[in-house]
Design a protein around this ligand. Structure first.
Ligand code: ZN
Length: 270
């Protein structure tokens, strides 16, 4: 919230694109120009990957480019709070019992990925939905696809917002592993963007395989435009430990928005 205030002070627009299952706002931030190609940057879709929120907010704070950049810094606020603060963050008694049950009675939610309905938002999009290698069809801390695509308010808010602003590039920040994924199935539009991002960050670049139902997957197949997933943070660190490395992670990603801003005008102009 402090970083949102800093951004507001810089003249950025701060707004709400929707609400989580527990009614928490899903914030958006905008910087740059409404005309020309737009970039959408989103983070913390997975509960345990909350480190991506301060990273993308630092990227926004330091972005001074012309191209319009829209950022949803925390798509899954209920999940991030559950992973960080535990069961006391859930003020709905029924949901509290529900997530405890799904977590096998354990109060350690530090590895939770899903939202508060135990749906994994990044397998809830209509792109070969339900065909991913790790998908499960029952509520779980991770990998549950939901009853139907976009049946969760958080995934629905992100999809609706994407359709509204029609970005030419999307960046999805996840943790961890220090790798970049591009493309989906046979589609690999503008591979040179991911290549440039790989050179700038030092992260290895791979073409996605074996996953389905992800936000990037949906964006790439429906638009044939570049959607890139960036997995930040060393594999060896725990998700909690990554928070202490947010500054270093930002430093490695400091050029990402400028690179996207350059590419997006070329894509927009065809
Ligand atoms: Zn993730």
């Amino acid at each position: 919230m402090q970083k949102l205030e800093v951004l507001r002070g810089q003249g950025a627009r701060v707004f709400v694109v929707g609400y989580s299952v527990l009614g928490r706002p899903i914030y958006g931030v905008f910087k740059g120009s409404f005309s020309g190609g737009q970039v959408l940057l989103q983070a913390a879709m997975h509960a345990r990957e909350g480190v991506t929120t301060p990273v993308v907010l630092s990227m926004m704070e330091n972005y001074l480019g012309e191209a319009g950049v829209w950022c949803l810094p925390m798509v899954n606020p209920d999940g991030v709070l559950l992973a960080n603060e535990g069961i006391s963050s859930v003020d709905d008694e029924e949901k509290r019992a529900y997530v405890l049950d799904i977590n096998g009675g354990s109060e350690d939610f530090s590895l939770w990925k899903a939202n508060i309905n135990a749906v994994d938002l990044n397998v809830n999009f209509p792109a070969k939905w339900g065909t991913g290698g790790q998908n499960v069809t029952y509520p779980a801390p991770g990998n549950y696809i939901g009853e139907y695509p976009l049946d969760q308010p958080e995934s629905r808010a992100l999809a609706d917002f994407t359709l509204k602003i029609q970005p030419r590039i999307t960046l999805s920040y996840h943790a961890k592993g220090e790798v970049i994924y591009k493309g989906f199935e046979c589609a690999d539009p503008y591979p040179e963007l991911a290549q440039s991002l790989g050179e700038s960050t030092g992260y290895g670049v791979f073409t996605s395989g074996g996953s389905a139902g992800g936000y990037k997957d949906w964006f790439v197949t429906t638009t044939y435009l570049p959607g890139v997933t960036v997995e930040v943070g060393e594999s060896a660190a725990s998700y909690r430990e990554l928070y202490a490395q947010a500054g270093d992670i930002y430093a490695r990603n400091a050029q990402v928005l400028d690179i996207c801003a350059r590419f997006v005008q070329d894509i927009f102009n065809g």
